[in-house]
Design a binder for this molecule. Structure first.
Ligand SMILES: *Cc1c(COP(=O)(O)O)cnc(C)c1O
Length: 431
């Protein structure tokens, strides 16, 4: 049996940083990443045979837990029929129909292989459909690593963004305007200055890439009104929140509070693939028909709508529609977040948690932050120590304070109790 440390050293010789996606390297929290050997239900086992209660769930997709028998069966059957055809299949229609049934704002959907690809193409489509170039995004929202989205705010609203990654030319982000999340004044001002040139506004309605921050209802109401008034498309990036915070995704929650609310385009990933590489973007027919082969906006993919991935996604989407699925999942996630807050308070530590459906976040702070600077101002030192105490106690949380957490249908009340017992000891050590 190899140790995590030996595997990490070996990995770093052949893979940059030893990982194929940066956050896995534990750079934010320090220490050695756990190399995962296998997973089942709510648990994963690392290379040293240690069992961990998994609150990452592959960063969201594993809403049923690992290895659900019905999903496994669907994937095993699909695999025997062929890995990839590069030609259309009936299963793609079934998955599209399933997604559209649950997302009334969309009439058509195109399947791709990653959230990055879906978000990037949604922007191209918005630009193609409006004939405009500029786009607005919000600080702390992540929409994948396409060039135009790796951008931070310029010095004022009159200046557009600066790249956050080497290798992205300034010219490529010159049309991207970055605003503060939940800031109504900035939003008004940006539309006042640039309204006629804005192709789209892309937003994580419940942001999961700066821990867990909700767009406020007044903010979303104003955003929808401004987009409609100025002819800009409102693009909901629901790669993380989609089919995770509610069966109808985050947009269904805003529709409950804002009469007639709908985004123009939606981007999905994570849960819709059930752990396989699959993502999608969707919207009204009039916009979606601007895509090739019908329209002038080009997009393609060798593995798009892959038959094994669609089998996995379809089985997953069918299972989460069982009556009461989200009620049970939501109650369990709430028990976790409320339990963490109560245990911290008992130890004299400031902690605030929030959750929706099977997604949660918590902050070492005496309030819930409303934007990225506020998230980054919470106690990072304390989070990092807490993270390691939890990991040592067999609880696998996201290894950075700016990431959300995920509970699956496989997590039992006993798993939550066990987690809270480990957390109670950790808070006592911290306090
Ligand atoms: C994960 C994520 C993406 C990127 O998806 P990948 O499949 O990792 O490319 C985009 N947007 C949001 C909101 C995400 O959480």
């Amino acid at each position: 049996m190899s140790s995590n440390q030996a595997l990490f050293e070996r990995a770093q010789r052949v893979i940059p940083g030893g990982v194929n996606s940066p956050v896995r390297a534990f750079r934010a929290v320090g220490g050695t990443p756990r190399f995962i050997a296998r997973a089942q239900g709510a648990y994963m086992w690392d290379a040293e045979g240690r069992q961990l209660i998994d609150y990452i769930g592959s960063w969201g997709p594993m809403i049923l837990g690992h290895g659900h028998p019905d999903v496994l069966d669907a994937v095993q059957r699909a695999v025997t029929e062929g890995f990839s055809f590069g030609a259309p299949t009936e299963r793609e229609i079934e998955l599209a129909e399933e997604i559209l049934k649950l997302v009334p704002s969309a009439e058509q959907v195109r399947l791709v292989s990653s959230g990055t690809e879906a978000a990037m193409t949604a922007i191209r489509l918005a630009r193609g459909a409006t004939g405009r170039s500029k786009l607005i995004k919000f600080e702390g929202c992540y929409h994948g690593h396409a060039d135009a989205l790796l951008v931070k705010a310029g010095s004022g609203l009159a200046t557009f963004g600066h790249p956050t990654s080497a290798g992205v030319p300034a010219e490529v982000v010159q049309h991207t305007l970055v605003l503060e999340y939940n800031n109504l004044e900035q939003l008004d001002e940006a539309f006042r200055q640039h309204g006629a040139d804005i192709a789209c506004v892309m937003i994580e309605p419940i942001a999961g890439n700066m821990n867990f921050v909700r767009a406020s209802v007044p903010f979303m109401t104003r955003l929808r009104a401004l987009c409609s008034q100025h002819g800009a498309l409102l693009v909901f990036d629901e790669v993380m929140s989609g089919f995770r915070v509610a069966l109808g995704s985050a947009q269904s929650l805003y529709a409950q509070q804002i009469p007639g609310f709908q985004p123009d385009l939606s981007v999905f990933g994570k849960v819709i693939g059930g752990g396989m590489p699959l993502a999608a973007f969707a919207g009204p027919k009039a916009i979606m028909e601007k895509l090739a082969p019908l329209g002038a906006v080009y997009q393609a993919g060798t593995l798009s709508g892959n038959p094994v991935a669609t089998a996995c996604g379809l089985a997953t989407l069918r299972l989460i529609q069982q009556p009461g699925f989200f009620d049970t999942l939501g109650a369990r996630t709430r028990r976790l977040t409320e339990g963490l807050q109560a245990a911290a308070t008992a130890a004299g530590i400031d902690l605030r948690g929030d959750c929706q459906g099977g997604m949660f976040g918590f902050f070492f702070a005496d309030h819930l932050p409303q934007n990225y600077p506020a998230v980054m101002a919470t106690d990072k030192e304390r989070f990092n120590r807490f993270f390691h105490l939890m990991l040592d106690g067999g609880v696998y949380l996201a290894p950075a304070m700016y990431e959300a957490g995920f509970v699956s249908a496989a997590h039992t009340d006993a798993d939550i109790d066990q987690t809270l017992a480990v957390a109670t000891r950790a808070f006592q050590t911290l306090g």
